[in-house]
Design a protein around this ligand. Structure first.
Ligand SMILES: C[S@@+](CC[C@H](N)C(=O)[O-])C[C@H]1O[C@@H](n2cnc3c(N)ncnc32)[C@H](O)[C@@H]1O
Ligand SMILES: [Zn+2]
Length: 294
C-alpha cells in the first residue's frame, strides 16, 4: 500500500516529504497529488506521460504472458539474488516496474521488506498497486528527477526498463545494490529473423555500463537461460508485450507466424547484472562530515 512507502517519497516539484491526506499526498509547500481510486499516486509533473510508456495493449499482453509463468525462472533468480543482500525491513525500488510482477516475487522472499513500484504508464501502475500488499505504486518519469528521497532505498531492481545512473545512485543507500536485467543476444532466438522482430543490441553490456557511467561499479553478472514452448497465440502475446509491438505490422506478423510449425520453442535468455554505487569522494566526504556534526 502507498502508506508502506510514504517515507521514501519526495514532492516532484520541491523535493520535500509528502504527508497523506484523505485522498491526496501533500508537501509542506502545498503541492498536492491525488491518490487514485486504485490506490496509486500520479507524481508526473508538467507535460504528458513520456512517449516510451507502455500502452494498455502492451500491459495486457505483459500481464498475460508473465501470469502464465514463462519468466518465472528469471523472476526467481532475481528475487533470490536481491533478497539475499537486503537488510531486514529493506526498502526496494522497482524502476520501470510494469505490472509489478518481479517486485511481488521479490517481496514474497523478503517478508519484512516494502516495495516502491515506479512506471510512466498508469495502466501498468494500476496493476502494480495490487500486485502485492506491500507494494506502493507511483506514476513518474524515470528520466526526470525521481520523486524519491536521497539514500532512501536499499535495493533497486530494473528489468528491461530505462536506466538513469545519476538518479539511481542518488536514491540508493551507500551499501545498496542495483540489479539490472537485460536480454542477451540469444533472447527469442530464431523468432527474431523469422517474425522480423527488433534485434537485441549485441553491445548492450557496453551501453549499459556507459549509461550507469561514473555512478556505479559493476559487481557481477550471471545469465539466466530458459525455454518457453508456445502456441501461436502465446507468440503473438510475447510480441505484443515487447518493443517490436510498435514496429511490426499485424498482418505481416500473422502471415509469417502461420508458416512456423507449432508448438514453437523460444529461448528466453537474460543477463542479471549487479552494481554497487560508486563513491563520489568529494560529495560523499561532505555528506559524512554533515552526518557526523548533526
Ligand atoms: C519492457 S517494460 C518492462 C516492465 C517490467 N519491468 C517487466 O519486465 O515486466 C518497460 C517499462 O518501462 C516503462 N517506461 C518506459 N519509459 C519510461 C520512463 N521514461 N519512465 C518510467 N517508466 C518508463 C514502460 O511503461 C514499461 O512498463
Ligand atoms: Zn512540494
Amino acid at each position: 500500500m502507498l502508506t508502506d512507502v510514504l517515507d521514501l517519497l519526495a514532492c516532484p516539484v520541491c523535493g520535500a516529504g509528502l504527508a497523506p491526506e484523505e485522498r491526496a499526498l501533500r508537501c509542506a509547500s502545498g503541492h498536492a497529488f491525488d491518490i487514485a481510486r486504485q490506490g496509486y499516486v500520479n507524481l508526473l509533473t508538467g507535460d504528458a506521460r513520456p512517449g516510451t510508456a507502455d500502452t494498455p495493449e502492451m500491459i495486457r499482453a505483459r500481464e498475460a504472458f508473465l501470469g502464465a509463468g514463462h519468466f518465472a525462472p528469471l523472476a526467481d533468480a532475481l528475487a533470490a539474488q536481491a533478497a539475499e543482500a537486503l537488510p531486514p525491513a529493506g526498502r526496494i525500488l522497482d524502476a520501470g516496474a510494469g505490472t509489478g510482477y518481479y517486485l511481488a516475487r521479490l517481496l514474497d522472499r523478503a517478508p519484512g521488506a516494502v516495495g516502491l513500484a515506479v512506471d510512466a504508464s498508469k495502466h501498468a501502475i494500476r496493476r502494480a498497486a495490487r500486485a502485492h500488499p506491500r507494494i506502493g505504486a507511483v506514476v513518474a518519469d524515470l528520466w526526470r528527477p525521481l520523486p524519491v528521497r536521497t539514500a532512501a532505498v536499499d535495493a533497486i531492481i530494473n528489468v528491461f526498463a530505462p536506466r538513469n545512473g545519476p538518479e539511481y545512485r542518488r536514491v540508493l543507500t551507500p551499501d545498496g545494490l542495483l540489479h539490472v536485467v537485460t536480454p542477451t543476444s540469444r533472447h527469442l532466438g530464431r523468432l527474431i529473423p523469422e517474425l522480423g522482430l527488433l534485434t537485441v543490441d549485441g553491445r548492450k553490456r557496453e551501453r549499459l555500463d556507459r549509461a550507469l557511467g561514473a555512478h556505479f561499479v559493476h559487481v557481477a553478472t550471471t545469465t539466466v537461460e530458459t525455454e518457453a514452448v508456445l502456441d501461436r497465440d502465446e507468440v503473438l502475446t510475447l510480441v505484443a508485450m515487447g518493443p517490436s509491438a510498435r514496429h511490426v505490422s499485424a498482418p505481416r506478423l500473422h502471415a509469417r507466424l502461420a508458416e512456423l510449425p507449432a508448438p514453437i520453442r523460444v529461448p528466453l535468455s537474460v543477463s542479471l547484472a549487479t552494481y554497487r554505487p560508486a563513491r563520489h569522494p568529494r560529495r560523499d566526504d561532505a555528506r559524512d562530515r554533515r552526518a557526523r556534526s548533526s
